[in-house]
Structures are given as C-alpha cells and as structure tokens.
Design a protein around this ligand. Structure first.
Ligand code: AG3
Length: 273
C-alpha cells in the first residue's frame, strides 16, 4: 500500500509526498502535530497539515532566518526567537558568539517532538547559552524594553494560533523590546500565495522601524518555492551595511554573496511591497 501526505498549498494546489513511515501523530493543546519519514525529503515535521521543515531542505530556511539579521547587526549579544520550537533557527544563531539565545515557544510538544525526532536541530537546546520559555510570544515580548539585539519570528502560517504574530501591535512591542541598534526579522510567506500578507507586514514594519527590507530564499517544500523574510532595523540600513568581514559560519546555503544578493528582489515582489 502506498502512503502519501498531502499539503493544501493553496485552495487549489496540492503538494503530495510519498511517506515511508508515520513516526508520530498527536493532538497538542494548540495544533495537530505529525512526524513522517518521507521518501524524497527525509524526516518531516507537520503542524495542522502544513509542512514546517524537512531534513533535506531545513538548512535553507534556518540559515536565512538567523544569519541575515545577525550578520547585519554585526555584534549581537542577546537574541530571541519567537516560535521555532524545533530548534533549527536557534542552532544557526548559536554559530555566532552570542551571550544569550532565548526561544519562546507556545507549544512545548513541538520542542519534545524535536528532541525525539530531530536531534540535529534540537541539539541547540543543550547549549548553555540557550534558554527556552514555553509561553505566548506576544505576552513575552511585552515584558522587555531595550533588551534584545535581534528578534526573529519563526512562526507557522498566519492562521489559527499564529495570527497575532503578523499584527502591527506585536511589531510595536518587538520594537520596544529591541536595543537601539536592534533588528527584527519575520518569515513572511510566499509572494505568490500570500501577496496581501507581505504587503501588510511590510507596510506595518516600515511604519514602525526607520529601515524595512524584504529578502528572499528558495525553499523547495514551501508553497511557491520563493519565500520572503521581512526585516525591520532601528539604526543600521540593511541594504548598505558593510558586510566585508563575515565570519565563516559553516553553512550550506548562506554565503556573503547570498547575503548581498538576497535583498535584490524580483520585480514582481518589489511591486508588492
Ligand atoms: N515556519 C514556517 C513554516 C511555513 C510553512 N508554510 C507552508 N508550508 N505552507 C517553519 C518552522 C521551522 N522552524
């Protein structure tokens, strides 16, 4: 018998993966969580029927989530991830000489599943600089003023529990929680399927932050492949930042050339923002 997992990438597009094994399914307090062993992309984490990561291509998303803002900042000491309970973004952050790498994840079951099924990501939680808080990220950031150098929002799609993570009020709280040279990045979905969201987020971020920029990466298992990240910066202009001294970060996607080029947007994306 053949087993397939299908994600509805949009109302009228389905993407199916042949599954070798269903390793885990559970209903958590917040969402349905599943771990599959797929034929093509290896182990896969799925939340509410949406692919969050696969072993084969997770490096692209996680490297771009972490290294673009951290290198743009230049000398981050305290970094916060909101969401990202699998630990992938945290793992990349820890390649930098940061002092504190905090992660606030609402669903502790995601962290547990990662510890069990994704050891190459959850290894990040063992680093003494890493600290995990299992609570609502929206309430968490309100507690801080001028504290974090970089805040990264590694959320699920803007449905259900993640809706508030794409709201202007939340970005204002993030602005306050950041230090003077602080930088914020959020994953902002596919420009093909979430055009309105990208437009809305970019406009909110550019209202709040002196500098706003969008960058892209190509991620095979995310809808539309081309994926966007939106950055807000309090001081440094990400587009003119001198990045000639980028340290070797032992990466598979991110390079200094990628850093320079990822802010160069295709014309149709530029037209959206
Ligand atoms: N967070 C972004 C997942 C978005 C995927 N969307 C989709 N497949 N429709 C991933 C969390 C990984 N740390």
């Amino acid at each position: 018998m053949e087993l397939w997992f299908t994600e509805m990438q949009s109302k009228s597009i389905k993407m199916s993966y042949r599954v070798k094994d269903v390793l885990h399914t559970e209903k958590t307090e917040y969402q349905n969580l599943a771990v599959f062993e797929t034929e093509e992309f290896g182990r896969m984490l799925v939340l509410d029927d949406v692919v969050q990561l696969t072993m084969k291509d997770e490096f692209i998303y996680h490297e771009m989530m972490a290294h673009v803002p951290l290198v743009t900042h230049g000398n981050p000491e305290r970094v916060l991830v909101i969401g990202g309970g699998d630990g992938g973004t945290l793992r990349e952050i820890l390649k930098h000489p940061v002092k504190e790498a905090h992660l606030v994840e609402i669903d502790e079951k995601v962290i547990e599943a990662s510890k069990k099924f994704f050891p190459t990501l959850s290894v990040a939680f063992e680093d003494p600089r890493a600290k995990v808080f299992c609570e609502d990220g929206i309430a968490y950031v309100k507690k801080f003023k001028n504290y974090y150098d970089v805040i990264i929002v590694d959320s699920t799609d803007p449905v259900g529990p993640a809706v508030g993570l794409f709201a202007k009020e939340f970005y204002k709280d993030i602005y306050e929680a950041l230090t003077d040279g602080g930088i914020f990045v959020a994953q902002t979905e596919s420009p093909f399927y979430y055009e309105d969201l990208l437009k809305k987020v970019y406009s909110a971020v550019s209202d709040i932050f002196p500098h706003a920029a969008v960058y892209t990466a190509t991620i095979p298992t995310y809808p539309g492949s081309l994926w966007t990240f939106t950055m807000g910066s309090k001081l440094i202009d990400p587009l003119t930042r001198d990045i000639s001294n980028i340290p070797d970060l032992n990466t598979k996607y991110y390079t200094p050339y990628i850093h320079r080029s990822c802010f160069n947007l295709p014309a149709f994306v530029k037209a959206i923002i």
